[in-house]
Design a protein around this ligand. Structure first.
Ligand code: PLP
Length: 406
């Protein structure tokens, strides 16, 4: 008799965003005139930049001609894009990364989930708390998370690393030594970054214990502080313990275009195997590459015009982040993040619960947010605000929330 993967049956419902949407809907129906501004959007809103559009138009025209047509491309990505990434994201930071260590894909979400294919089920996995839910759910699907404990909001086989005010929202090595460690910097949802010193400590820890760090740097483009590492490979020793995930989604507005990449250095070996070879095998078997047109668009991000144009969009979001952070701090609220990330992690005033404060802000300011508790138990007592909205709407939203506390 057919058996389903019973791990799927253990997953709790994806409660967070559906519950946020439900509460907004119920409120809007009860208050038909209310103009709700969403500081909850995790998606970009600025259009693709001209350099990307031109490159994609050109590629579409090529595809319509016999001599320019492209069928299946290399599963790992076209050489022109892997080379552009090696130069534009690594060589510029003094990091030597070869194109054959870079695997182009359709998203950091897929890669963060799919990477589990190359690891055994018995590995101990450590995640931050609060956390981007994909790391947790994909390990649960694979049977690496054990049983879900409803009352605690945790899986019994995962190791949770609390990221709280006391450690500046920066994860610390847990007592139980994990085999796989997910780190995310700049962080979703807290907006915190891992300093060079702390990242070096993580790299040393992973090398000492034979663990592998899965480093999600999807928000790298938002780093503005001088000494924050842009890639884990700026840290000595990372080539023997880390895999890095990057994405064009938030960097260049590709959430609807789909292009990302994963870096697996040649030196990274476990169990007598090169993880680069295992990932290559996995991708060649289960993935058929990113569309040629999209990869041409992604490569345009590395031209001088493309770079200047995408940075103008990032600056637009950064200005929103500043408006949120400064406006709400001036109103007496305690805000974290928002400097090197598009996320502001706001401490609920008076010890209010995340959902309680979400409801208050929705009701009194008509502003939608995301309750921190939805990202893990240590997110309780916080809400996440995002800088991806329209500039004027963001200003209005901040004024309305600030007014609640005047
Ligand atoms: N990693 C983190 C931390 C994210 O927050 C997101 C998207 O919200 C992703 C990865 C997904 O990126 P992509 O659009 O490349 O799948």
């Amino acid at each position: 008799m057919l058996k389903v993967n019973e791990n799927f049956l253990k997953l709790p419902g994806s409660y967070l965003f559906s519950e946020v949407a439900r509460r907004i809907r119920v409120y809007s129906e009860a208050h038909p005139g209310a103009e709700i501004i969403k500081l909850s959007i995790g998606d970009v809103t600025r259009p693709l930049v001209p350099a990307v559009i031109q490159a994609m138009h050109k590629a579409v025209d090529e595809m319509g001609r016999l001599e320019g047509f492209h069928g299946y491309g290399p599963e790992q990505g076209y050489e022109f894009l892997r080379e552009a990434i090696a130069q534009g994201d690594y060589a510029v930071r003094g990091v030597d990364m070869k194109p054959n260590e870079i695997f182009v894909s359709d998203g950091a979400k897929s890669d963060c989930g799919n990477i589990g294919d190359i690891f055994g089920v018995d590995n101990v996995v450590a995640v931050c708390d609060p956390v981007y839910p994909v790391y947790v759910d994909t390990n649960a699907m694979a049977g690496r998370a054990g049983e879900y404990q409803e009352e605690l909001g945790r899986w019994n086989r995962l190791v949770y690393m609390p990221c709280v005010e006391a450690n500046s929202f920066s994860p610390e090595p847990p007592k139980e030594i994990p085999d796989i460690i997910y780190l995310c910097s700049p962080n979703n949802p807290t907006g915190a970054v891992i300093s060079r010193e702390r990242l070096k400590a993580w790299v040393d820890y992973a090398n000492a214990h034979g663990a592998v760090i899965l480093y999600d740097s999807a928000y790298e483009a938002f780093i503005s502080s001088g000494d924050v590492p842009h890639t884990i490979f700026e840290i000595e020793g990372a080539r023997t313990c880390a895999i890095e995930f990057r994405s064009f989604s938030k960097t260049a507005g590709f959430t609807g275009n789909r292009c990302a990449y994963t870096v697996v250095p040649m030196e990274l070996e476990r169990g007598g195997a090169k993880l680069n070879s295992l990932w290559n095998r996995r991708q060649c078997t289960k993935f058929n590459g990113v569309p040629y047109v999209v990869q041409r668009g992604a490569a345009a991000v590395y031209t001088p015009e493309g770079r200047a144009q995408i940075m103008a969009n990032i600056d637009y979001y950064r200005a929103n982040a500043r408006v949120i952070r400064e406006g709400l701090s001036a109103a007496g609220l305690v805000c974290f993040g928002g400097v090197d990330a598009p996320y502001i992690w706001l401490k609920t005033p008076g010890g209010a619960g995340s959902w309680e404060f979400f409801d208050q802000v929705l009701d009194k300011a008509n502003v939608a947010t995301t309750p921190g508790a939805g990202f893990g138990p240590s997110g309780e007592g916080y809400i996440r605000l995002t800088a991806f909205g329209d500039a004027q709407a963001t200003k209005t939203a901040v004024e309305r929330v600030a007014d609640m506390f005047r």
